[in-house]
Design a protein around this ligand. Structure first.
Ligand code: 2P0
Length: 352
């Protein structure tokens, strides 16, 4: 129930509060695509938490007559972020009413190149929510609650609730996942087989431009989608299957579900009204090369896609050298300025 997250304990009246947190991005294996109500997912999803692609956020709060904020990216005022932050504050104030009496200065920076096509909404909302929960802890004297940080992050951006913990997180009610909830992400890393513990994610930057259709619009288009019911049903079943693969160390089964999920996500985009395509010709060239390479070498490298043209290559760490060779000899040419980012599984948000 949402009401469990309403702050009810008395708290101190501090003039100044500050907190600095970093939170990583995450990459979904079973995808969240479609939502209802206030940021509730149409189906459950599961993701790997990343390590290197992260947002570092410092929040300074000063007592004020009413809630207000300013936001700086790399030290420069960023008014284009204001509407999203404003709606986030509006959604969270019933759960953390103390924010109504502060002016917030939010200073944020990303470790990955800005406008690289890597969504910063997950890492930034997770970092900001961690800062606010840290501050709430300073006010109440209670231990910081990660569950509420995930709950608040979801209200900023759905997938952000999967960036608080790691290495493996489930978000959304799922019969086969005890403790799962539509309201926040839960850490299920305990069920991760050793073969997946050191998994790598190399992100090939195919297109760094602004997306033609935002994720928020994409989610909405699932409401009237002809295949919505079948898709949501499939996500539940894929989640059951992939959890089993991740637990048993079944890499072959993992690859089948992960790649199918990526293509299904994009198939949903191509079959919604209006229809749209976020993949680029180079996205397909890379997929083709990965399939060829896997067939020739049996190196268990596979791909997944986010809502964009970039390709995430997933593989065990002991194949890093061969995959690196593949990227340098065949794949980098399909990337903008031959750019790619090497990442791996990580453990979530931490204080700085
Ligand atoms: C995911 N994506 O599971 C899916 C797969 C993109 C493709 O969640 O509107 O930024 O802020 O809740 O979380 C991207 O959408 O959307 C996303 P909002 P979000 O990662």
């Amino acid at each position: 129930m949402e009401t469990e997250f309403v702050l009810r304990t008395s708290h101190k009246n501090l003039e100044h509060i500050t907190a600095t947190w970093q939170a990583p991005s995450n990459i979904a294996l079973v995808k969240y695509w479609g939502k209802h109500g206030v940021q509730l997912p149409a189906n459950p999803s599961i993701s790997f938490t990343l390590n290197n692609c992260k947002t570092i956020t410092k929040v300074t709060a000063k007592k004020a007559a009413a809630l207000d904020f300013e936001i700086l990216l790399d030290g420069v005022a960023k008014s284009s972020f204001a509407p999203k932050i404003k709606s986030y504050f509006n959604r969270i104030k019933e759960y953390s009413p103390w924010i109504n009496n502060y002016h917030f200065t939010i200073e944020t920076t990303n470790t990955f190149p800005h406008s690289s096509g890597i969504a910063s909404s997950a890492s930034s909302m997770a970092a900001l929510s961690s800062c606010l929960m840290d501050m709430e802890g300073q006010l109440t004297g209670q231990k910081m609650a990660m569950k509420k940080a995930s709950f608040l992050a979801r209200l900023g951006s759905g997938s952000a609730c999967r960036s608080l913990e790691g290495k493996l997180v489930v978000w959304g009610n799922h019969d086969d996942t005890p403790g799962s909830s539509d309201l926040y992400g839960i850490d299920v890393s305990g069920d991760l087989h050793p073969v997946f513990q050191d998994y790598q994610d190399t992100i090939l930057l195919v297109d760094k431009g602004e997306k033609t259709v935002s994720s928020t619009v994409g989610h909405e288009l699932m409401n009237e989608h002809a295949f919505a019911k079948a898709r949501f049903h499939q996500a539940h079943s894929n989640l059951t299957k992939i959890k089993n693969c991740l637990k048993e160390g079944d890499v072959e089964g993992f690859i089948k579900i992960t790649e199918s999920e990526a293509l299904t996500l994009h198939a949903m985009m191509m079959t919604s009204h209006p229809y749209f395509i976020l993949m680029k010709p180079n996205t397909l060239s890379i997929i083709d090369e990965i399939w060829k390479y896997r067939k020739e070498t049996s190196v268990p490298v596979c791909f997944t896609l986010d809502a964009g043209a970039n390709v995430h290559m997933l593989y065990p760490a002991d194949h890093k050298e061969s995959v690196d060779d593949l990227i340098k000899s065949k794949l980098a040419r399909y990337c903008q300025n031959e750019q790619y980012i090497c990442d791996q599984l990580g453990s979530g948000a931490t204080t700085v």
